[in-house]
Design a protein around this ligand. Structure first.
Ligand code: HEM
Ligand code: FES
Length: 782
């Protein structure tokens, strides 16, 4: 790479800045040339934001942009850390104008009485969370179901209008107007003035997130002022009929009960911001999705053949090419993110579209893979306490549009065109999307019934069943006593997604309910196949027994992944790898990678007997003296104590094996720095809850008449889902309030940051994703 680290060591800053410009950040750190050149209003950013900041993601993940006056964040973990803490990182600037306007434009706005203020997305605590919770009910899956027939009907009618033309601009002829109509219905706005609104909402985007030229600013200000006044008038009309359906009317009714929570200023501001939040985001997201899918004809064909893939394809489109490219936060107290000092008052541009392409979180991140099993980890909807409330409405619309196109226009392709975008930091979608097809080949000319086929949509995140990836077993090879290696290839012979050492896949063992995780143990550079090794465990839960009894070459299996929770830090000076028994699988891939990188490493592998240990010869050939075998029946046990007494500076220990071995390791590494020991448990849930510290508890579900036991290694949410009780969730770590359940009796051990002290003491609700019972049984209204 041409830009290599030059400044970090000289400035004392932990970040590698690349060649330097003469400018400095507010902390005095020198600004690299690329950071100085960063301009999100340039075409490069508009065309492909994650590509535009690739250099930063890879070399200078947090940098100061003098042109924007913002710190720019590009990596997944840093951005998620910012979203997680909405006190240190206030959302108050989310709707602030990114380019301050001149006096003339400000005067125009003032002449309309423009006073857009806090809604939800830019509201601080403690005001935000009570308001969010008060307004949440219209977003439950039950409530959203009522909108489905309307979206479907609209999609059908709009396609009818152009299906015989052979050519359409999907943005102008469909994708702009339907989400607008749906947004207006959802909010409860009478369906009028659509064209005017369309103009207004673009002006609002440019006013907030764009850089209008001085001569444009006044026209934009007039449109925004008109939009503001229009919103006020509509709200006044709604107040006369507060029982009408609509989220705004719901807010008006809530205001009667809680005037301090749902304020007048909120309602007027949301009337305007809500249209944009619900409309442009979804219109752009669908246009981006269709464009991306048609740019990958093979994927498009698969989707046309199997519409069951649509829910996860929607998530992957939102990840790969979402409609919100970046979001904003303001630092409220001096802090650090990713080792970089951020002083109080710093403004942050968090480039979520870049986080969505971070190899540290998404393996083979640039690959467009509609079977990616963690696609819905994308940050396009934000994350945590402000995560998009309308995401399931947006998902529903996108699914219906894709279902309509794949069924009625499977032969559609992109026309030759250059895509243009409204220059701004955040809202992103092509202004036009020309597609073409041969109308004579329209499937419904042969089969008119096709027009009215109805595939049920899935409200919420995709089910795991839609994510499964088919593979074919190419070989089954015994590699040790009770251990077979499976070599899995893609059914069409195409390469499989790239993976990194430490990754695992989930294999469905006969039924989707019996799914087991196996680490990949082959060569990460071999894109032709995934290899796993499965130990027959007669006392296990049946997965390995099924593999050993049933799997043979030529069989088709369904898998999910790969994903990696056990990553090798490739910048290490030294790695010590420790494997016990079948724990060799991820460790062997890591050791292979360490060798390829030229890293200093040693590999310790222990087992009962040589016969029971997989890959011994291969490992010996590859690693020579770096391999240390500890074979119990040869009298050579692994003396972890002796191996690890002294911390080795700059080294990390990576271990996988039986629980007893991992516990012993933790004790041996007590003197090592925090984080130096990385372990992979065979069961991933153990990593989040420490079962040695948790207690099982019982929950009685009053409405469903069920009594469940929540074991120490499971959350209440997981136990409820396992019992087929649907509870919404977003963050699954106590931040967002989505998984609230009502408590009728029993004492709750609250572990969230959503409930106030008073609410905790009242003991009438809890967050199912993290909170537990103090003792005994909880009775829940479920
Ligand atoms: C918040 C994106 C559709 C309503 C947000 C945020 C983002 C976002 C990035 C800020 C999250 C944060 O700060 O953590 C999107 C995208 C959409 C979409 C990409 C479509 C693909 C919708 C729809 C609605 C909606 C259809 C309403 C019907 C909201 C609301 C919030 C929000 C009310 C504020 C939540 C809070 O601050 O508590 N959205 N949105 N959005 N969105 Fe969406
Ligand atoms: Fe977010 Fe539980 S608080 S899912």
């Amino acid at each position: 790479m041409p830009d290599t680290a030059t400044s970090s060591r000289t400035s004392g800053c932990p970040v590698a800045h690349g060649p330097l410009s003469s400018e400095r950040t507010p902390t005095g750190c020198p600004v690299s040339q690329r950071a100085a050149g960063f301009d999100p209003f340039e075409d490069g950013y508009q065309q492909d934001p994650p590509e535009y900041v690739r250099w930063a993601r890879e070399q200078e993940p947090i940098f100061y942009s003098p042109k924007l006056g913002y710190w720019v964040l590009t990596r997944y973990e840093d951005i998620k850390a910012v979203f997680r803490d909405n006190i240190t990182f206030s959302p108050s600037i989310a709707l602030e104008k990114i380019t301050p306007t001149g006096e003339e434009a400000n005067a125009v706005l003032a002449s309309y009485g423009f006073a857009l203020n806090r809604t939800l997305v830019n509201e601080d605590e403690p005001a935000h969370m009570p308001r969010r919770r008060a307004l949440m009910d219209p977003f439950t899956p039950e409530a959203l179901k009522h909108h489905e027939p309307m979206v479907r009907e609209l999609a059908r009618e709009y396609v009818d209008r152009f299906i015989d033309d052979g050519r359409a601009d999907l943005v102008d002829q469909m994708l702009w107007e339907i989400p607008l109509t749906v947004a207006l219905h959802f909010l409860g706005v009478p369906e009028e003035d659509m064209d005017t609104l369309r103009k207004y909402s673009i002006a609002h985007t440019v006013n907030t997130w764009g850089r209008p030229k001085p001569e444009e600013q006044v026209a934009v200000a007039h449109a925004v002022g008109n939009f503001w006044q229009y919103a006020g008038k509509v709200l006044a009309k709604m107040r006369q009929d507060p029982d009408a359906p609509g989220w705004m009317q719901y807010g008006i009714r809530k205001q009667m009960q809680h005037p301090d929570v749902v304020t007048d200023s909120y309602l007027h501001s949301m009337m305007m911001a809500g249209i944009v939040a619900a409309h442009e985001t979804t219109a752009n997201a669908t246009a981006n999705a269709v464009k991306l899918l048609l740019q990958h004809p093979q994927v498009w064909r698969e989707l046309c053949e199997d519409p069951g893939l649509i829910p996860n394809a929607v998530e992957e489109c939102l990840r790969h090419n979402g409609s919100v490219a970046a979001w904003r936060r303001m630092v409220t107290k001096d802090t650090q993110v990713g080792g970089v000092d951020l002083p109080a008052g710093s403004r942050l541009l968090i480039v979520t579209s870049s986080a969505n392409h971070d190899e540290g979180h998404f393996s083979d991140a640039d690959l467009f893979d509609i079977r990616r099993d963690n696609a819905s980890d994308h940050l396009t909807f934000g994350y945590g306490s402000h995560q998009c409330m309308g995401k399931n409405l947006a998902r529903m619309e996108m699914q219906i549009f894709l279902e309509e196109f794949t069924r009625r226009l499977p032969h559609m392709r992109l026309s030759e065109q250059r895509f243009t975008y409204v220059p701004n930091t955040s809202f992103r979608g092509p202004e036009h999307l020309w597609v073409e097809w041969d109308p004579a080949a329209n499937p419904e000319r042969r089969n008119p019934g096709l027009r009215d086929v109805r595939v049920p949509v899935r409200i919420g995140e995709p089910s795991v069943h839609s994510i499964a990836r088919p593979v074919v077993v190419q070989a089954v090879t015994p590699v040790a006593e009770g251990v077979v290696r499976l070599r899995l290839v893609s059914p069409d012979g195409k390469p499989l997604p790239r993976w990194t050492a430490g990754s695992h896949i989930d294999v469905e063992c006969g039924t989707p309910e019996l799914s087991r995780q196996y680490s990949l143990c082959g060569d990460p550079d071999d894109a032709g196949a995934f290899e796993i090794a499965v130990l027959h465990e007669p006392e296990g839960r049946g997965g390995s027994a099924w593999v050993h009894a049933n799997v043979k070459p030529g069989d088709r299996l369904r898998i999910r992944g790969p994903r990696n929770h056990f990553r090798l830090d490739e910048s290490l000076e030294k790695a010590i790898f420790i494997a016990g028994g079948i724990g060799i699988t991820p460790v062997s891939a890591m050791a292979r990678r360490a060798k390829a990188l030229g890293m200093d490493y040693e590999l310790h592998y222990s087992g009962r007997s040589r016969r029971s240990m997989a890959f011994v010869d291969e490992l010996a050939a590859l690693h020579g003296e770096r391999l240390h075998l500890h074979v119990a029946d040869e009298g050579r046990r692994n003396d972890l104590q002796a191996l690890l007494t002294q911390p080795v500076p700059g080294a990390q220990v990576y271990a996988c094996g039986p629980l007893r071995m991992l516990q012993a390791l933790e004790a041996c590494c007590a003197a090592w720095p925090e984080g130096a020991l990385r372990v992979e448990h065979f069961e991933s849930t153990l990593a989040t809850l420490d079962p040695s510290k948790e207690q099982a508890f019982e929950v009685e579900l009053k409405d469903s008449g069920l009594v469940l036991t929540v074991p120490p290694d499971q959350t209440l949410l997981t136990a409820l889902r396992a019992a087929n009780v649907d509870v919404q969730s977003d963050c699954e770590e106590g931040l967002c309030g989505s998984c609230e359940v009502r408590v009728l009796s029993g004492k709750v051990d609250h572990r969230d940051v959503v409930l106030t002290r008073v609410e905790r003491d009242a003991n009438t609700k809890m967050m199912a994703c993290c909170s537990r019972a103090c003792e005994g049984r909880l009775v829940l209204e479920l």
